[in-house]
Ligand binder design. Structure first.
Ligand SMILES: Nc1ncnc2c1ncn2[C@@H]1O[C@H](COP(=O)(O)OP(=O)(O)OP(=O)(O)O)[C@@H](O)[C@H]1O
Length: 264
């Protein structure tokens, strides 16, 4: 395989804070056309792994290449615009009256909040296209703060896609959504996964129910260590999930969705 096809290459990566190991000896390869889900219980190290992949954090040990650049030897400010990052932390930093369309367009200018009186028409057109793809075109002129949680999540995904990133990182995008909101989001992520022009996708979640159809690979984390990783159907099994979550779990694979519950 051509090494330039790798969007993430981690070799023996560890992250330590004091005596606590947040991640240990992680080897991970992500290719451009892959759609990964990272699963694990609270505190497993999922967000830490995602922040490494987003060039937001440096490892304590091991080496990381992102989009062919060695982390630590290249300018993270050049790297970050090539990576879309979507997390709840970002939603909290949005200025109160920021309108949905402006919030999406401004991603192209790498700022939160409008700073130009007028954006290029080309950019506005692209933002409207993305809002349409995510089913929220009708909300373009609404202030972000008036949106429901599900609508906010979809706005932030549109924003993250605005710069045409080579990789999109999604940290628990379905957290806090009701059943309808979750199913809508899973449907939109499935459509994104099926789009050959979409970037490499990495989705962090606690729940197998949130794995969108079309996702190809999974990495299971427990206490900072990889329990299993590889093709989704090989990795997401009752046995691996039980080891990851420390419970005896049953798994149903119905259609193209997964459902888990405690055995017994
Ligand atoms: N600066 C720090 N010092 C010590 N421990 C830390 C520090 N930052 C994070 N941790 C711990 O590292 C572990 C992994 O955190 P991380 O946020 O990556 O987990 P997670 O799998 O995303 O969890 P959750 O599902 O609850 O969001 C947690 O136990 C957390 O408390």
């Amino acid at each position: 395989m051509d090494v330039t096809d790798l969007v993430v290459r981690m070799d023996r990566v560890g992250v330590r804070r004091g005596r606590t190991h947040l991640l240990r000896a992680v080897d991970w390869r992500v290719e451009l056309d892959e759609r990964w889900v990272v699963l694990g219980p609270n505190g497993a190290g999922k967000t830490t792994l995602l922040r490494l992949a987003g060039a937001e954090l440096h490892p304590t040990s091991g080496s990381i290449h992102l989009l062919g650049e060695r982390l630590g030897r290249s300018d993270v400010f050049e790297l970050r615009p090539r990576i879309g990052f979507c997390s709840a932390a970002l939603a909290n930093r949005v200025p109160g009256e920021e309108k949905v369309r402006d919030l999406v367009v401004s991603a192209g200018y790498a700022v939160l909040g409008r700073w130009r009186e007028q954006y290029d028409q080309l950019d506005t057109g692209r933002a409207d296209e993305l809002l349409d793809t995510l089913g929220i075109a009708h909300l373009a002129d609404r202030p972000f703060t008036t949106l429901s949680e599900g609508e906010r999540k979809r706005t932030l995904i549109a924003r993250a896609l605005m710069t045409d990133p080579e990789m999109l990182l999604l940290d628990e995008p379905a957290a806090g959504l009701d059943l309808g909101g979750r199913e809508d989001l899973v449907g939109h992520l499935a459509a994104l996964a099926a789009d050959p022009d979409a970037p490499a996708l990495v989705l962090v979640t606690h729940h197998v129910e949130e794995i969108p159809p079309g996702f190809t690979h999974a990495l299971l984390l427990r206490e900072g260590s990889v329990v299993a990783q590889g093709l989704l159907e090989d990795v997401v099994t009752a046995e691996n999930l039980s080891a990851t979550f420390g419970q005896h779990l049953e798994l149903d694979h119905s259609g193209d969705r997964f459902f888990a519950r405690r055995r017994g």
